[in-house]
Design a protein around this ligand. Structure first.
Ligand SMILES: NC(=O)c1ccc[n+]([C@@H]2O[C@H](COP(=O)([O-])OP(=O)(O)OC[C@H]3O[C@@H](n4cnc5c(N)ncnc54)[C@H](O)[C@@H]3O)[C@@H](O)[C@H]2O)c1
Length: 270
């Protein structure tokens, strides 16, 4: 269980280990079957947390969970469609039955439709907004009700730098709109739930290597125009987003709420 606000004020035994430890904490990683979510589940597990991996792709959730169990961690795989409130409710109930409480929620489920705005169908708009924005709200709401009851919790939403700036050369209108929404959702919940000792923060990643993007990112010709826009001159690894999520989940970030941590190699500096 996380420390109550009053405990922080009297905390004297602060050291590197306990600033970044998740020992004894229970986490749900939504979208944890792949990419950033999977890397975060692995790191949280190494930091001592019990981790529930919730994903629409139950096979990938089971596979990720089995990998954590093989390393000796307590883990659970649950299917969820974040766009469906009934499914979200059932997922949270399943995790609570197994873990009894939830200290940390990471929202990493997300999709994109790279279609020029003039050709974007209403169904494409709805699919992206339903998963990226409404889905993030629904999981926050269902887990948040539990966190309000226990008077503590940490929520980390995967926004994107595309919620702050547009992606040069890409047709990302609905994705950018949804991620801008996630940023304001994060700030709004941070303010509403601060009195319940719930911290709500977001990460705004730049271009991250995942199974789907790795091929073009490792192709020197195809990736050059995008790489030229990144001051650090390289793409991000999923583990570099996972370590930011660990910071936001751990005691090290105890005074952060409503923050948007930009992890983009400098892309948004221009
Ligand atoms: N990869 C990047 O470059 C990048 C950059 C900025 C932000 N992000 C954001 O980070 C998050 C994770 O991205 P990723 O690259 O790891 O993606 P990913 O595709 O590797 O993983 C996303 C996971 O979400 C799951 N998912 C999709 N729809 C779902 C639904 N309806 N219900 C439950 N689960 C669902 C998928 O099955 C998948 O396991 C997303 O929100 C994405 O928008 C990614």
């Amino acid at each position: 269980m996380s420390l109550a606000a009053a405990d922080y004020a009297h905390e004297v035994n602060v050291n590197v280990s306990n600033l970044f430890s998740l020992e004894g904490e229970k986490a749900i990683i939504v979208g944890g079957g792949s990419g950033i979510g999977k890397a975060t589940a692995t790191l949280f597990s190494e930091a001592g947390a019990d981790v529930a991996i919730a994903d629409i792709n139950v096979d990938s959730a089971r596979e990720a969970s089995a990998e954590l169990s093989a390393l000796g961690s307590r883990s659970l795989a649950v299917q969820v469609d974040v766009a469906d409130p009934i499914s979200v409710g059932k997922m949270v109930e399943t995790v609570l039955t197994e873990f009894e409480c939830v200290d940390i929620l990471v929202n990493s489920a997300g999709i994109n439709r790279r279609i020029p705005a003039e050709n974007l169908e209403e169904t494409d708009w709805d699919a992206v907004v339903d998963i990226n924005l409404k889905g993030t709200f629904l999981t926050c709401q269902h887990v948040g009700r539990h966190m309000i009851g226990q008077k503590s919790g940490k929520i980390i939403n995967l926004a994107s730098m595309s919620g702050l700036v547009t992606n040069k050369g890409k047709t990302n209108t609905v994705y950018c709109s949804s991620k801008g929404g996630v940023i304001m959702l994060t700030k709004s919940l941070a303010v509403e739930w601060a009195r319940h000792n719930i911290r709500v923060n977001a990460i705004a990643p730049g271009y991250v290597k995942t199974p789907l993007t790795r091929a073009w990112m490792e192709d020197p010709v195809a990736s050059k125009p995008t790489l030229d826009l990144i001051p650090l001159g390289r793409f991000c690894e999923t583990t570099e987003i996972a370590s930011s999520a660990l910071y936001l989940a751990a005691r090290a970030s105890s005074y952060l709420t409503g923050s948007i941590l930009i992890v983009d190699g400098g892309y948004t500096c221009y």
